[in-house]
Write a protein that binds this ligand. Structure first.
Ligand SMILES: Nc1ncnc2c1ncn2[C@@H]1O[C@H](COP(=O)(O)OP(=O)(O)OP(=O)(O)O)[C@@H](O)[C@H]1O
Length: 427
């Protein structure tokens, strides 16, 4: 029993917002689909002009959309897609749009089955919906393809298939899915398919058969990064719906925009900063979110993403990272890759994994540097050549806590590392 339990909201009372800051926090979440997209008129018009023939039941060209993360690619395609469905329904042509996230749906089977399932969901009455037609696994892929074709023909009209994060699909399962989808129109009667591929990494096109690439990129649209004033407009428009009037100090939006523009003009990051700033102010019971909350939010988001990144590292990288922590524990603030390798060998023996070569360890160190977990620099050692030095500049306690969650790196196990012996070996 706590002192709050006799209040109407019990234990939760003190944690529930008193709504001094937020009017509607959901507007700032990733799942929210904005209807107004400032600074994206040219891209929206470009997509709309390419898809327009669908309204007249003609096949639109395929589109490849490219741009850095958070530049509004998904938001714009979803917006134009829903307008197309609306207008298509109004004039009596069946235009449908199926949006797949290839980060999750990353094999040919799943792509085909998911398209078929979305079509069933669009068309079906509730009782039809209960009978899942194509199972999500188990059939030969040919059969799934044939069944999808039958379904498309039965439905008729134009289907726009959006393959978001298309690079993930190609990386995971090659270009066969795209080969088949870009050719499906030749097999169809009375139905048409058009594809929109979205990616923030164009390198995947190197892995495409030239015929698939030329067919997929009949049209190409690039989404440039936002600059700070553009991010300000995007934030201001969302903030109006999300925040109680007067609850944002004047400098908050420009500061969130400036931080996000410093990186690569990512609207998602700008919105996250604004939301977290509001949440931190809310938690403090403050009347206004202030610039100090934006700085705290930046810190929190960076720490959270670092934690996420470390917890998903492969075991070998975690062991390399752990070896660096041990070096720090031995009062070495800056260490070399040779020293990391020496400690790594000891740790890998104790955690019982096959030791990597010095070369591989250096590669993993470079990866950790790219991920922003450590800093590195190359220094010249005169006639001994060059060596890489590295150091942490963030809170290593957090890194330690995340690593300790990996059962292989549990405290009991690592207690067996003989720090004194290692220390002596560095003298
Ligand atoms: N012009 C804009 N106006 C309003 N909100 C925007 C705008 N551009 C992007 N956003 C918002 O920013 C977030 C990221 O946008 P979106 O998901 O469309 O980016 P993306 O380019 O598809 O990124 P990724 O490649 O990482 O998937 C979303 O919450 C979206 O609502």
């Amino acid at each position: 029993m706590s002192e709050n339990d006799d209040q109407p909201l019990g234990l939760f009372q003190k944690f529930l917002s008193n709504n001094r800051i937020f009017k509607n926090r959901e507007v700032l979440r990733h799942s929210y689909r904005p209807q107004i997209l400032p600074h994206r008129r040219p891209q929206i018009d470009a997509i709309a002009s390419i898809l327009a023939p669908a309204i007249k039941d003609e096949t639109p060209s395929n589109i490849l959309i490219y741009g850095k993360t958070g530049t509004g690619k998904t938001a714009c395609v979803r917006y134009v897609g829903s307008e197309l469905e609306k207008v298509g329904a109004g004039v009596g042509t069946g235009c449908r749009v199926v949006h797949l996230n290839c980060e999750v749906i990353d094999t040919q089977y799943r792509v085909l089955a998911q398209i078929a399932k979305s079509l069933e969901d669009l068309d079906a009455t509730p009782s039809d919906r209960a009978r899942a037609h194509i199972p999500m696994t188990g059939w030969p892929t040919d059969q799934v393809y044939t069944e999808l074709k039958n379904q498309l023909e039965a439905t008729g009209g134009v289907l726009v298939i959006v393959l978001d994060e298309i690079d993930k699909l190609v990386k995971k399962s090659g270009d066969e899915t795209l080969y088949n989808l870009t050719r499906i129109n030749a097999d169809l009667q009375g139905a048409k398919v058009s594809i929109i591929g979205i990616s923030n990494d164009l390198r995947f096109t190197d892995f495409l058969d030239p015929r698939v690439l030329s067919s997929l990129s009949e049209e190409e649209i690039v989404f440039p990064p936002y600059n700070a004033p553009q991010l300000c407009d995007i934030l201001a428009q969302r903030a109006e719906m999300a925040f109680v009037e007067g609850s944002l100090e004047e400098g908050v939006i420009p500061l969130c925009a400036a931080f996000a523009a410093q990186e690569h003009g990512d609207a998602r990051r700008a919105l996250d900063l604004l939301r977290v700033s509001g949440e931190l102010a809310d938690r403090e019971n403050a009347e206004q979110a202030k610039e100090k909350h934006v700085r705290m939010a930046l810190d929190k988001i960076e720490t959270d993403s670092m934690i996420e990144c470390i917890s998903t590292l492969p075991t070998q990288s975690k062991v390399v990272l752990y070896s660096m922590l041990l070096l720090e524990e031995m009062d070495k603030k800056i260490f070399t890759s040779g020293e990391v390798t020496r400690v790594y060998r000891e740790v890998s023996r104790i955690v019982n994994i096959d030791p990597l070569t010095h070369r591989r360890i250096t590669d993993l160190i470079s990866e950790l540097n790219m991920l922003g977990v450590i800093n590195t620099r190359v220094v010249s050692k005169g006639r001994y050549g060059r060596t890489k030095e590295m150091w942490f500049d963030s809170n290593t306690k957090k890194i330690q806590e995340v690593l300790a969650k990996d059962p292989r790196l549990s405290e009991e196990r690592l207690a067996q590392v003989d720090l004194n012996r290692l220390k002596a070996s560095f003298r």
